[in-house]
Design a protein around this ligand. Structure first.
Ligand SMILES: [Zn+2]
Length: 288
């Protein structure tokens, strides 16, 4: 009898211990599931574009001949039409020769002023003597002895200033700024390669040329063939949510190349549209 009791008690204790162990194990598993669950499915904050805005500088480069001029005028017309269909505003940075080409035709000038009235900006563009294709203008006293010399920066600015209705150019871009930055042009974009976020994303900064304080933003090349590594829509998309409240996304197009990349431009505009980003002109962004 005693032996039976002992066996029974032993079995009972074993049952209780097993049951306790099972319940404890089950509890621990549940806890782990909860903790693990929190880690594997974090409550991720959906953060869209938080930046201050975006801008596009279109470089309208020096012309080589009349055929080139007509082709590039057509490219620019199509680009403005594409931008308009997405509500994007462009800053059109004119070199002297394409500015003269517009001024030679009342129809072209009227078209350009229609774009201006629709919110696009007419700006200034200059290739100084350090550039591979100098536009012939410079305020460097030695430049006037060169065979390609066409005039001073004031001459260049006078030509480009004839384009906008009000005759005033506030924004621009160019090389050789120390000698050649024009008086009265107070907003600037500058850029470089490779397409690092250093150029794509910038805060408003200041620089001084010819005793003037210039406000500037940077820009990364987009849709260009050579000389620079082009920025992709994917690269921009990856950086979009990292942009801070006082930062801007800046791009530079060149009218010599951008015609081959309209699909990329459209994808860019679609990306901007998805994130409620509208590109603005430099005078509207920097003039605030
Ligand atoms: Zn250029």
């Amino acid at each position: 009898m005693n032996k039976q009791k002992t066996i029974f008690a032993g079995l009972l204790i074993l049952l209780i211990v097993s049951l306790s162990f099972f319940l404890l194990q089950n509890h621990l598993n549940q806890s782990e599931t909860l903790i693990g669950g929190e880690h594997s499915q974090p409550t991720q904050e959906i953060k869209g574009f938080q930046g201050a805005g975006a801008h596009i500088s279109v470089h309208i480069e020096p012309l080589s001949d009349t055929e080139d001029a007509l082709t590039r005028w057509e490219t620019m017309s199509q680009l403005v039409e594409l931008a308009d269909s997405y509500g994007m505003k462009l800053s059109l940075h004119f070199s002297a020769s394409p500015a003269n080409f517009v001024l030679q035709s009342s129809i072209r000038l009227a078209t350009l002023r229609k774009w201006e009235a629709n919110g696009h900006e007419i700006a200034f563009h200059h290739h100084g003597q350090s550039h591979a294709s100098w536009d012939g203008y410079s305020n460097d006293p030695k430049a006037r002895f060169e065979s390609e010399y066409k005039g001073t920066i004031e001459d260049l600015l006078e030509t480009v200033s004839a384009l906008p209705k009000g005759g005033v150019i506030l924004s621009g871009s160019g090389t050789d700024e120390d000698t050649d930055w024009p008086t009265g042009v107070i907003y600037m974009t500058n850029g470089g390669s490779p397409p690092s976020s250093d150029y794509l994303i910038s805060k408003i900064d200041t620089v001084s040329y010819n005793d003037q304080e210039i406000l500037f933003l940077t820009k990364a090349p987009f849709g260009v063939d050579k000389g620079f590594e082009s920025t992709s829509v994917e690269f921009i998309e990856e950086h979009l949510t990292l942009i801070e409240q006082n930062e801007y996304i800046g791009l530079a197009f060149s009218d010599t190349d951008i015609g081959k990349y309209f699909d990329d431009v459209e994808n860019l505009f679609k990306l901007y549209q998805e994130h409620d980003i509208v590109t603005s002109t430099l005078d509207s962004l920097l003039g605030e």
